[in-house]
Design a protein around this ligand. Sequence first.
Ligand code: ARG
Ligand code: ZN
Length: 501
Amino acid sequence: MAMTRGIRRGVLLALVVSVTAAGSAAAAPLGGWQPQSRGSDVAARLKQQQPAPLSSYGPGGGGGGATGVFGDAGLGDPLFPLAGNGGYDVRHYALGLSYDPATTILDGTALVLASATESLSRFDLDLRGFTISDLRVDGRPASYTRDGQELQITPARPLRAGRPFTVSVRYSGTPEVIIDPDGSAEGWVPTSDGAFVVGEPQGSPGWFPVNDNPRDKATYDIAVSVPAGLTAVSNGVLLGQFTRKGKTTYVWHEGAPMASYLATATLGVFDLQRSRIEGIPSYVAVDPSQAADAAPALAQLPEIVKLFSDTYGRYPFDAVGAIVDDAPDVGYALESQTKPNFDRAPDDFTLAHEISHQWFGDAVTLTTWPDIWLHEGFATYSEWLWADHTGQFTPQDAFDYYYDNFAADDPLWSPPPGAVTDASDLFSNSVYLRGGMTLQALRVKIGDARFFTLLRRWYAQNRYGNVTTPEFIALAERVSGQDLTAFFDAWLYQEGRPASW
Ligand code: ARG
Ligand code: ZN
């Protein structure tokens, strides 16, 4: 929710003031959280069954026939059980979109290249809204029904386990904005001159048919046609652009595996600046209304990319950049792969935060949503490394500030970052700040050298994949040679401000 981010920023600003000026800033007022009791034992958690691999889901509850089963309607995420679908694995999406802000109509053609992990007589994609005019599997018209976000497809011929197949969908309509459990808007969000397109955690079915689960990463080709004069910005590299009959088509290619929530197609009036950063093509798209305010932070983009490349390992993707729009009602920024989306001109902290997510979030991605601290705690910590690098304050300053200014029972500490059980808490201050503090406490506990070795290994070993908190704890124990059970229990799983660890 917008407010969450605003409060977090406010707190950080207070921190900058308190560290850079003499005198201590009062704790910023916080509100809106409900403390919940979610304590648990880390050892029990470590023993908890890990999510099964994609291929082991199904058969679905719906039954099936002699020729195959119905793929599951979801992958069983604890917070978004219907996100994604069972029975197949997507390799690639080829999307052809056309959008006119004047009519708000999106016309789309989606080609989904997938591979069946079991024999299927029926399977689902996730799609919200739109009228479908044509749907084919392997080129043959298929029958389908709609049930909420589930697009249930029955191919003319059943799919055989282990075989590749294609789904093509032609669809049209005014995209419906998706409202999250925390009240924030996502998906295809209209702006005064186009659309701000963001999908965490569940916005992508608002603009294309998708296996909407972070575990099913795929590559993407995204072509977007807009009225000439507008610019459409998507993931990866720009293969080309052409204008015909008053419409300009931008053709983007993302060649690295990408979680569906990181797809974007933000469009509107933009200045698109191309350059190279660390040898990688850079695309910075700025709404002219934001240009002056965004300039100071954007000037730091090369330095930010360099800092995190030096600290964590080489930049994961084949393009870098930023999309700075004027969409203040959205109230948050998002780390869309290769080009984070900003709803307004970012400051250098917000830019550093979203760029650091390219390592932690985009390249190294959670398996299920309750592990969100593996993204947000790491990105918050990265902001503090940026602050340290630029001489503003140290991670320990940040740690001390929050530790000293927020009482043991303050909502700032709740929910424990490893124990998010309510989808409305995914982007809570605790996930960000207590998550970042967990890393600082760990750094102090195991020492600088081991701490940074841990972060580099975590990235190197898991780049382009999916991870869990128990895997992080296990690697931290291996790298440090310490038993960290009590440490992580205190920081990730127990209610209230950790007292000893
Ligand atoms: N991951 C984004 C960030 O870096 C926040 C996304 C918030 N999304 C939402 N639906 N509330 O901070
Ligand atoms: Zn973040």
